[in-house]
Design a protein around this ligand. Structure first.
Ligand code: PLP
Length: 454
């Protein structure tokens, strides 16, 4: 029997047995949880019958939108044929092979080897181990340190959270683990002052060079970064930032790891974020949009020269997951990539919906609470401020963002807040009319927030 919200007290049951991720569970039990019951296209419905426009694509992942029958059918067919098998012990499965090939048809030239994981966190843990293994095999046993950025998000596993730059995550569990250094993020809104975008790009990339020199290049193994920092606040670096970073990494023999977990599979209007910024990484972590979140799957794409050394000289790589390249997840990811390709969704984001979102967001700049709007493709942010000119924030950082997120919910729109930055990342299939609705509801949420602030 299909269980609806009517016949079971879901909220009570949830409060009785369920510990939520990234949640104050005590506070949640007092307010009661929102039960999401069904979804279609860009819309979600909760158990009370409220409809929401999902301005966040689940967690930056439902790229092809909800309710795609092709994905459901692909899962069912694969479940019947082979619901599970692993990739260990000299075995493989057809969906895993096909998916590795399909991914490598989309990656930048020179990235042609895939290691599968079950998530983005596992992908970054895999990168961490592969990078260190690589330098060991090259005989450079001192090259161990990863340089990452403040406010980055690379997942919740121990290595992922350590690579990430979230102080509130480090505070729980004595992180980061040794061998990880964090530099300042390229956050123009807060740090660029009067500098031109290009000058700020050079300055921010220079922070990496300074850190490499401070540590000694012989100790630095890799630099890891999201092409656009997502959870940290949709921090869009200047267009020259990544090419400057690339030059610095090549100069000091430091590997480049692009965490493409959010940016990959079309969000920026290219298959991968590195293609928008014009750099070639040695490792790409992927997940989320790979299957549009329908089933959990991730992976690491490795540049040929690096993979060749790992394969030719590495012997057995003592690392892997029960669900690495799970056949049902792989079959769904394949169907998802087919939809993205056949419906030319990535191109539409680049040429139509992304530029249209830019034009619509620009209409919000006149709002008294808005200090800046920014987006590339279908990822964007709105900075909330008390004073547009000085960019002074409104009281305690985070309060206004949370309020605005709650006001958006009341309007039937799901947005996310990092501090006082509102984040947007709708499904890539969002139509022009739906973008209109998203922006109109955002304005109502901003009005309601301003009214409450008084
Ligand atoms: N990397 C980035 C850039 C992410 O945004 C996330 C999740 O939000 C992760 C890694 C971790 O992925 P997962 O939650 O699948 O472990």
């Amino acid at each position: 029997m299909k269980k609806t919200s009517g016949d079971i007290d879901w909220r009570h049951l949830d409060a009785s047995h369920h510990l939520h991720p990234f949640t104050d569970n005590k506070a949640l039990r007092l307010t009661g949880v929102r039960v999401i019951e069904k979804a279609e296209g860009v819309y979600l419905w909760d158990g009370d019958g409220n409809r929401y426009l999902d301005g966040f694509a689940g967690l930056w992942c439902v790229n092809v939108g909800y309710g795609r029958k092709e994905l459901i059918e692909a899962a069912a067919a694969q479940m019947q044929q082979l619901p599970y098998y692993n990739l260990f012990f000299k075995t493989t499965t057809m969906p895993a092979i096909e998916l590795a090939q399909a991914i490598c048809e989309l990656t930048p030239p020179g990235l042609n080897q895939v290691f599968f994981t079950g998530s983005g966190s596992e992908a970054n843990d895999t990168v961490f181990r592969m990078v260190r293994r690589y330098w060991d095999l090259r005989g450079q046993k001192k090259k161990k340190v990863f340089i990452a950025r403040k406010n980055a998000y690379h997942g919740s596993t121990v290595a992922g959270a350590s690579l990430g730059g979230m102080r509130y995550m480090h505070e729980q569990g004595d992180l980061p683990i040794p061998g990880i250094e964090h530099i300042e993020q390229p956050y123009a809104f807060e740090l660029a002052g009067d500098l031109s975008s290009e000058a700020f790009g050079r300055l921010a990339a220079g922070w990496l060079e300074q850190k490499i020199l401070e540590l000694g290049p012989e100790h630095v193994a890799a630099f890891i970064g999201e092409p656009i920092q997502g959870a940290g606040g949709v921090i869009i670096p200047p267009l020259n930032y990544w090419s400057e970073v690339e030059k610095i990494c090549r100069k000091y023999d430091v590997l480049i790891c692009a965490d493409e977990v959010i940016c990959g599979f079309g969000r920026l209007g290219h298959w991968f974020g590195c293609q928008h910024f014009g750099f070639t990484p040695d490792f790409m972590s992927i997940a989320k949009g790979l299957s549009s979140g329908y089933l959990p799957i991730g992976g690491v794409v490795v540049r040929d020269e690096v993979a060749e050394l790992l394969v030719e000289q590495g012997g057995e790589f003592n690392h892997g997951f029960t669900y690495s390249g799970h056949p049902v997840c792989a079959a769904v990811a394949l169907a998802n990539l087919r939809i993205l390709r056949e419906e030319r969704i990535v191109e539409t984001v680049r040429k139509q919906s992304g530029p249209y979102l830019s034009r619509k967001l620009a209409e919000l700049v006149d709002h008294p609470l808005v200090g800046e709007v920014r987006n590339i493709g279908l990822i964007g942010a709105i900075e909330l401020v008390a004073d547009k000119h000085t960019r002074k924030r409104c009281g305690k950082l985070g309060d206004t963002g949370s309020l605005c997120r709650d006001m958006a919910l009341r309007e039937g729109l799901i947005l996310r807040a990092t501090g006082d930055t509102m984040l947007l990342s709708p499904p890539l299939i969002i139509s022009g009319a739906e973008i209109d609705e998203l922006v109109a509801k955002t304005r109502l949420a901003l009005d309601a927030t301003a009214a409450q602030l008084g």
